[in-house]
Every structure is written in structure tokens, then in C-alpha cells.
Write a protein that binds this ligand. Structure first.
Ligand SMILES: NC(=O)c1ccc[n+]([C@@H]2O[C@H](COP(=O)([O-])OP(=O)(O)OC[C@H]3O[C@@H](n4cnc5c(N)ncnc54)[C@H](O)[C@@H]3O)[C@@H](O)[C@H]2O)c1
Length: 459
């Protein structure tokens, strides 16, 4: 029996579960995944009179009911004489709190008052979603403070919820339409966002449109792990996938391409002509006028060492694969004259990491490369606005793949339990977020979205 099986056996035994519960580490709940929306009703509360969330939910056909409010006159008393907030008759699937119009500190009490009954009455994998204005564009200092306070509420509620339930925040832009907000709320309510928790989604002033059928989507690092899951998820939507990976992974890569009726390109992305090779592949396999609808930079490597032991070889390998190659490939594929390059209105998604957000011991090179990806997408997005090209990144936390299987088993179990959802994510969880950001209907640009179950690294 290997060490993994022993650790998992101990943790899942009656004694193990009791010990975890005593330590405040409850067993993980299987997450609701896929397109499924919450089973129970969606409660809605508008603080300050905004109708933005209600209007948005009606564009996606989600029926709502008014949220219960906890206030002195609405409470009951149990047989021990303790006051109880009003209770939902059956579990609710979600609560959406529209606080876009909240401007005063007193109004935060209304947020507490609707959240208290809701968090007690939420079904497993239920959702708490707060819709709030941008603190940087608030009409007053108090309103800015209130908007920032909502972010703090969201992060704390995420840490308190149990049984796979999550709490996220959406910040619409001034021009966000009901349809655009509906697209984002649909993603957050559905099981597609299962591993997003404690995450603000900042919306941008971008033109959105329906996804054209059969887009060409290029995914690097797609022979296995997260990259293969991303390719599978795009193919499931009817996109034509080009999967890219190193020649030594050629057999696995061909397997993914065949499974998805896509095409494989064996390529080390650090090659000086990597961008050109991708463009030539697209033009030769899909027609000389073909252009890339979405490009996902997923290839990545680790060469962990404490900085005191980190030489220039390990440094360069990680910086080249995880960051410099993306920059060079973008340069070529974004040149308007490149045949087989990125189409106007196309989407680029980088894969960063929570290590790049928070830093991590033994990962100076990796964190530098992944933080670099964040800097890259933030800087590139506004530069491509005139061509309607949108650039974002995801920052996965602990995801169960071959890469993380190399981490010592005890550390792995600690990582899993360090997220608010008490478990690692699946490659599909990252794929769902990538496909959402690459969807031409999604009004998000220049952002980094964590897919980490609110991991302690990068909270
Ligand atoms: N697994 C996690 O927990 C986690 C967390 C945060 C970020 N990430 C990032 O997600 C991405 C995928 O991670 P994974 O866990 O699936 O890793 P993985 O090791 O399973 O897959 C990475 C793939 O990239 C390919 N690759 C490496 N160097 C390449 C090169 N020079 N040219 C072309 N392809 C190359 C590899 O052959 C492999 O198929 C990476 O960028 C990683 O840094 C992973």
C-alpha cells in the first residue's frame, strides 16, 4: 500500500474524521459541477434600490424570491430561549445581494440582515453572490469604504460557508448591460464555478458578442493535466482545437488530438520560431484565411529550490517556459499581418498561479514567472482594446494533476485542506474558468481570476 492510500485511509476512517472535525477540518463535500444550476430557489435582496441583479437574472431565466431579513421583529425563540433568525422553509440554492446602490455604512446592516438567514439555509454547493460597485469610482468616500467593505464581507463569508458552498463578488462596470451581468451570474450560479471562492470578478467596458461556432482554439501544454482538460472543454463546445506540447509528449498529445478530432502540433514553446510555427500550422491545416479565436497559454514547469540553492539554469528554464515564451508567441500571433494569427475580437487566456499572487517558499522562479503572467495580461489588455481582443489569466491554486502528484503526500493533504472548500480542485475546474474567460460573451478584460477554492496561499 502506498503512502497516499495510507494517509487517505486514515483521514477517511471514523477516527480520522473525528480528529479532523475536532481540529475544525471537516470532511470535504463533493462539489456540484457542470452546467447544473442550484436546486433550491434563488433569493434576492436589493440594498439601496438597485435592480441590476434582478434584471440580469431575468435575462438568464432564473426565477427569484425575496430574501428573508433578520431583524428584531422577525426572530423566533427556540426551546432553550435562544433567539433564532427567520428560517427558509426549504434550503435555498443561492442568495444574490445587489448592493450596487449601497453608499452608507448603515446600509451594510441590511447586507448582514439578509445574509444571516441565507447562510443558515443554503443547500450544499449553494452560492452567495454579492454585486457591488467599484470602490475606485464611488460617488463619495463613504461609498468607496462601503464598496470595499462588501469585498471584506465576501471573503469572510467564503471562509465560513461549509458543504461546498461558495461566496463571490461581481463588480459591474458603468456600461455593463443586464445581458452581460446575466452571463457572469449564470457562470457563478452554475456548477462551472465550483472551485471559485472568495473571488471578486471585475467587469470591463468591452463589446461582447455570441461565440462564433467552430472557433479555432490553440492550447499549449495540452498533452495532459490542466491543458488537456481545457482542450476537452473547448471541444465539448464545438470548437476546433489545436493542441501543442513538447515532442517527448507526442504520443499523449496525439491521443488528445484524436479524441477531440483536433490537430496536434509538437513544439517546444521556447523555440525562437514557436509563434511562427503555430501560425503556419493554423494556416496550413485550417485554410490560409483561418485565424485563431482563442489562445490559451497553459504549458508550464516547476523547478523548485530555495533561493539559497537556486542556480541560473533552474531560474532560466522556468522564466522561459512560463513567461518569456508567452510574450514571444503573443508578439507573432498578434501581428495583424501574420497568417494564422489571432483574429480581431479573439481572446487570450494565460495560466498563472496563486504562488504568483502570494509568493511561495522554494518557488521564487515559479512565482516570478506566474506574477509576470499577471503583469502581462494587465498591460496587454488595454493595448489591444481597439481590435476587440480580450486578455485575461486564471490563477489556479492546488489542482490534482501529475504536476502536483510530485509534491510529498503530507504537504499535498495540507494544501487540499488549506482551501475554504477543504479539497484540491480538478483540472476541469480550471478549464471551466478558462472557457468562461475565452467566451466572447464574457465582459471581463485584463483580470486574473483565481481558481483555488479560496486557498490560504493567495487569499
Ligand atoms: N496543478 C496545479 O496545481 C497548478 C497550480 C497553479 C498553476 N498551474 C499551472 O497550470 C499549468 C498546467 O499545469 P499541470 O498541473 O497540468 O502541469 P503538467 O505538468 O501536468 O502539464 C504541463 C504540460 O506542459 C507541457 N510543457 C512543459 N514545457 C513545455 C514546453 N517548453 N513547450 C510545450 N509544452 C510544454 C508539459 O509537457 C505538460 O504536458 C502550468 O502552467 C502550471 O504552472 C498548475
Amino acid at each position: 500500500m502506498n503512502l497516499d492510500a495510507v494517509v487517505s485511509g486514515v483521514l477517511n476512517s471514523a477516527v480520522g474524521k473525528k480528529a479532523l472535525a475536532a481540529a475544525g477540518l471537516l470532511p470535504a463535500t463533493a462539489l456540484r459541477r457542470g452546467e447544473t444550476l442550484p436546486f433550491g430557489p434563488v433569493a434576492i435582496a436589493a440594498v439601496g434600490g438597485s435592480s441590476a441583479a434582478c434584471d440580469a437574472l431575468s435575462t438568464i431565466g432564473v426565477a427569484t424570491q425575496p430574501a428573508l431579513v433578520d431583524a428584531p421583529g422577525t426572530r423566533s425563540t427556540d426551546h432553550n430561549g435562544r433567539e433564532r433568525p427567520p428560517a427558509y422553509p426549504t434550503a435555498i440554492g443561492a442568495i444574490v445581494v445587489d448592493a450596487c446602490a449601497a453608499t452608507t455604512i448603515d446600509q451594510l446592516e441590511q447586507v448582514r440582515a439578509v445574509l444571516r438567514p441565507a447562510v443558515r439555509g443554503l443547500e450544499p454547493s449553494g452560492r452567495v453572490i454579492i454585486v457591488a460597485g467599484d470602490p475606485a469610482n464611488a460617488p463619495s468616500v463613504e461609498a468607496a469604504a462601503v464598496r470595499q467593505a462588501l469585498d471584506g464581507i465576501m471573503r469572510s463569508v467564503g471562509k465560513e460557508l461549509r458543504a461546498g458552498a461558495t461566496c463571490n463578488l461581481v463588480q459591474p462596470a458603468g456600461s455593463t448591460t443586464a445581458g452581460q451581468l446575466g452571463q457572469v451570474l449564470h457562470f457563478l450560479l452554475s456548477g462551472r464555478s465550483a472551485y471559485l471562492d472568495g473571488q471578486p470578478l471585475v467587469l470591463a467596458e468591452v463589446t461582447t458578442q455570441p461565440a462564433p461556432p467552430g472557433r479555432i482554439v490553440v492550447v499549449t501544454g495540452a498533452a495532459r493535466g490542466i491543458g488537456a482538460a481545457i482542450a476537452r472543454r473547448f471541444a465539448a463546445d464545438g470548437d476546433r482545437v489545436v493542441v501543442v506540447d513538447v515532442p517527448t509528449a507526442g504520443e499523449a498529445l496525439a491521443g488528445v488530438a484524436n479524441e477531440l478530432h483536433g490537430t496536434a502540433l509538437q513544439l517546444d514553446i521556447t523555440a525562437p520560431d514557436a509563434g511562427q510555427r503555430i501560425a503556419e500550422h493554423v494556416a496550413s491545416r485550417y485554410g490560409s484565411d483561418a485565424r485563431i479565436g482563442a489562445l490559451v497559454h497553459c504549458a508550464g514547469i516547476l523547478r523548485d529550490k530555495m533561493l539559497a540553492n537556486l542556480d541560473e539554469v533552474r531560474w532560466a528554464a522556468v522564466l522561459q517556459v512560463n513567461l518569456a515564451a508567452q510574450l514571444r508567441i503573443n508578439d507573432v500571433l498578434l501581428a495583424p499581418a501574420t497568417r494564422g494569427g489571432i483574429a480581431d475580437g479573439g481572446r487570450i487566456v494565460g495560466v498563472a498561479s496563486t504562488s504568483g499572487w502570494a509568493g511561495n517558499k522554494g518557488q521564487t522562479n515559479y512565482a516570478a514567472s506566474k506574477a509576470g503572467v499577471m503583469g502581462l495580461v494587465r498591460a496587454l489588455a488595454p493595448r489591444l482594446a481597439d481590435r476587440g481582443i480580450v486578455v485575461n489569466a486564471v490563477a489556479p491554486g492546488f489542482i490534482e494533476t501529475d504536476m502536483t502528484a510530485l509534491i510529498p503526500v503530507i504537504d499535498r493533504e495540507i494544501f487540499r485542506r488549506s482551501s475554504s472548500l477543504l479539497q484540491g480542485g480538478s483540472p476541469t475546474d480550471v478549464a471551466e474558468a478558462v472557457v468562461f474567460l475565452a467566451d466572447p460573451r464574457t465582459p471581463i478584460n485584463g483580470q486574473v481570476v483565481r481558481v483555488c477554492g479560496q486557498l490560504i496561499v493567495g487569499r
